[in-house]
Write a protein that binds this ligand. Structure first.
Ligand code: ASP
Length: 421
């Protein structure tokens, strides 16, 4: 039931032109916003807003059609189970690798030790909500009303329902399977087509989004929390430039350079939207059409990844929580740091693929080692000042890990059409 979308070469003139336009837009956005002291965001921002709305518009129909066709084409329960197990093992392992990278760096650099952040809280403390418990998150995965879940954009619930539909479809008698299956197949092709049109607007969207980001975070706030931001940027860079490329190379025998080039539109979209969910349509399209992974793997691995596999966020949770402990003068011994590692993993699984979701989840990690009270909220509030650029980068890392996972798993399933060299 694979819809067999054709694979296009990685460097068609259109793709190259889009690349160039996007980088030009990014540069123009940064320069113009800095020169106008943020005023440019008022007249450029709407393009970013419209771009994100367009992306969000296609998410639910794209995910539902993609998962249903994907799961149905995986077919038997055993194959589905194997794919599911591989996906989960990959997600947990890469997130743990990211967390360990962050753990080592935050203990080496110790950005929070001696940082006097309490004095900088100011009067305009942002409102921060604490997340629900992880048990809640798992129970809510089962929608009582799937239509409502789709209307609310409740990703885990939508995925759960779509997987069940896919399994059901695979077991339908041949005649009905043909009709319903074709409906979903063609629906998926249609959504891919619409997504392709939206991708052409990436440069305009990026122009608006970058301008907004520069206006809201500025460069100054970045300096105040420099060492903390630097620790996270260093960790994310190691994961993005060393760990994930090595995994692609060693586990998938895939050239990281080629893979990253094939995923460039998704990376730029993730970077500018700070949302793995909003980027998902672009990720799916890039992995299907440019990396060349089959629909059965793509549609299973990617929607799940955008929701639960967040390497960048996991690293950030770990560094952030230990940073808070350092700022407040708490010593976290080995076992406390182990708890941080485990809860950082769970927090990244529970974090939604939307901007700043990771910041809110830090409460879960700090609580787990007994760090609570208004001081914690104060420090998290201050961290919010530099969250946007960090969020942009960690979202890109999140999306990279999803796409690498799809390619590696496809390879391990014996797929031959991967653009690997
Ligand atoms: N913005 C991230 C994402 O969508 C989540 C986070 O805040 O870390 O992947």
């Amino acid at each position: 039931m694979d819809s067999g979308t054709p694979t296009t070469g990685p460097s068609t003139p259109l793709v190259r032109r889009l690349w160039f336009q996007t980088f030009a837009a990014m540069a123009v956005g940064v320069v113009v916003t800095l020169l106008t002291h943020g005023a440019a965001a008022h007249w450029l921002g709407w393009m970013g807003v419209i771009f994100v709305r367009l992306l969000k518009m296609v998410i639910v129909p794209l995910i539902v059609t993609s998962i249903v066709t994907g799961v149905a084409s995986v077919g038997s329960g055993r194959q589905l189970g194997r794919l599911g197990a591989k996906t989960l093992v990959y997600y947990v392992c890469t997130s743990l690798l990211a967390i360990l990278t962050g753990l080592v760096l935050v203990n080496l650099i110790r950005p929070g030790v001696g940082a006097d952040l309490a004095g900088q809280s100011g009067s305009a403390m942002p409102e921060i909500q604490t997340p629900g418990s992880l048990a809640d998150i798992f129970v809510r995965m089962i929608p009582t009303n799937p239509i409502q879940a789709m209307a609310d954009g409740d990703m885990l619930a939508i995925i759960f329902f779509a997987i069940l539909l896919g399994v059901g479809l695979a077991h339908l008698p041949e005649r009905q399977k043909d009709t319903v299956g074709r409906l979903f197949d063609q629906g998926f092709d249609l959504m891919m087509m619409v997504t392709g049109g939206i991708i052409r607007l990436v440069p305009l969207g990026v122009l608006g989004l970058i301008s907004q980001a520069v206006a809201s975070s500025g460069v100054k706030t970045f300096q105040a929390l420099g060492l903390y931001a630097l620790t996270i940027v260093a960790g994310l860079s190691i994961h993005w430039l060393v760990t994930l490329p090595l995994l692609l190379l060693l586990l998938g025998r895939i050239s990281p350079w080629i893979h990253y080039r094939n995923m460039s539109e998704a990376f730029i979209t993730a970077f500018s939207t700070s949302s793995s969910s909003a980027t998902l349509p672009v990720t799916i399209r890039n992995v299907r059409q440019r990396v060349g992974v089959s629909n059965s793997v793509t549609s299973f691995v990617l929607p799940m990844g955008a929701t639960i596999n967040m390497d960048g966020t996991a690293l950030y949770e770990c560094v952030g929580a230990i940073f808070i402990a350092q700022v407040l003068g708490f010593h976290l011994d080995f076992s406390a740091q182990l708890v941080v590692v485990i809860t950082a993993l769970l927090a990244s699984i529970g974090a939604a693929g939307i901007p700043s979701a990771g910041l809110v989840m830090i409460f879960l990690v700090t609580e787990s080692v007994g760090l609570r009270g208004p001081e914690v909220a104060t420090v998290i509030g201050i961290m919010l000042a530099v969250d946007r650029p960090l969020d942009m980068y960690r979202t890109m890392v999140n999306v990279t890990s999803d796409s690498a996972g799809a390619a590696i798993i496809a390879r391990s399933e014996g797929e031959v059409g991967i653009n690997a060299h």
